[in-house]
Design a protein around this ligand. Sequence first.
Ligand code: KIV
Ligand code: ZN
Length: 512
Amino acid sequence: MADKLIIFDTTLRDGEQSPGASMTKEEKLRIARQLERLKVDVIEAGFAASSNGDFEAVQAIATVIRQSTICSLSRANDRDISRAAEALKGAQRARIHTFIATSPLHMEKKLRMSPEQVLEQAKQSVRFARNLCADIEFSPEDGYRSEPDFLCRVLETVIAEGATTINVPDTVGYAVPELYGLFIKNLRERIPNSDKAIWSVHCHNDLGMAVANSLAGVKIGGARQVECTINGLGERAGNCSLEEVVMAVRTRRDYFGLEVGIDTHHIVAASRMVSQTTGFVVQPNKAVVGANAFAHASGIHQDGVLKARDTYEIMRAEDVGWSANKIVLGKLSGRNAFKQRLQELGVALDSEADVNTAFAKFKELADRKSEIFDEDILALVSDESVTHEKEQYGFVSLSQHSETGERPHAMIVFTDAGREVRSESDGNGPVDASLKAIESHVKSGAEMVLYSVNAISGSTESQGEVTVRLQNSGRVVNGVGADPDIVVASAKAYLSALNKLQNKSDRVAAQG
Ligand code: KIV
Ligand code: ZN
């Protein structure tokens, strides 16, 4: 029996820390259900002490998810740890993940603490946490840039206090594979009680080596937990990508000799869900989940694959859920087929009335578009009329005129705190005119830092999915909108971003 590699997903915590990727409680719950379907071993659901919103999200996920361990991050202090324990009360299996920085730079400049103070705080925090929860993970933040002698003392101490998992973060993505692997190997060999804990890797992707570093931590260092996120979402250049690490270990079982418990058939759906929820588009050539990952364009490759698939394919597209995702519903599909698809997609609507509202929207869309893909369904159930999430602004209707040689003009109707507003503007193009019309009423003053349009399912008949990233007073938010008319999709995305800007958050930064 091969060793098991534990998959610890932190999309909902570290992933959510990427600028603009913040999610609502309902969005987090939906993704958590998909992670459970993937059979992720540990879901880091958030950082309970960072805000009331995050506390509630961790609490909701801990109550609903039964198969995966639910974890909350917490700084190494009693208040954060108590908050994490409180949020995790309803969990079938709970984990508290506590951390404190141990590199000379972080201790001196950020924490303004001496190494002895950090050692003492780590020790007291793990002791405190262990009295509240049996499963304790400890991370020395910026671990890879820490002095090995000091790090050994800290880690030996926290293991003696009962930490059950030791995670060694490469917080700034500075490591290279061989050195990172040897770093972990060395720690495990030098720390006398290292065998009392499971060792874990947590790599950021600043130099594009997060997956390679994580795999070296496993192969050379002997780590048996990988921390990762769907689509590699995460601070700055992101984290180690779950789909890549899982498929690497599975495809190269001959080399790694490890088992992963992930049901890979749900990978593509998870990738789509995270991309659609956060507005972080997946690049077409992204390994495993990119639109081109299994597309063979060159004649030589196509010919080879037709003759024998393994000439150019090392994985099967269906094993990661590509074909399952192609399922199409249409105009003639009934309410039951629609409801079943919702269940398969992990969407749990609150009531039969909500299913009816979503189904009516589905029928409306099916009248305009002959094939309805999973992405279309996910987009329509995110609508306010289905989620009942009270938003400041809501799209009602739009008309616009554009003609060669004339300046485009748009007239939009939308709700502002439930009241209908009508607003018009000219612009450089129909999208510009529509967003200017919204802005002329809202006067947010936000700067647009990204605008992107994607066809949800390939053809011009498909829905356009627009992402708008706005920045205002240091906050960055992403809004996503989908509609067969890309001008309408743009207006919806803009309103969704404005709604997110409205939700003032009192959030504490995890690594602040
Ligand atoms: O990158 C990091 O150091 C972290 C820790 C909080 C684990 O995310
Ligand atoms: Zn991190």
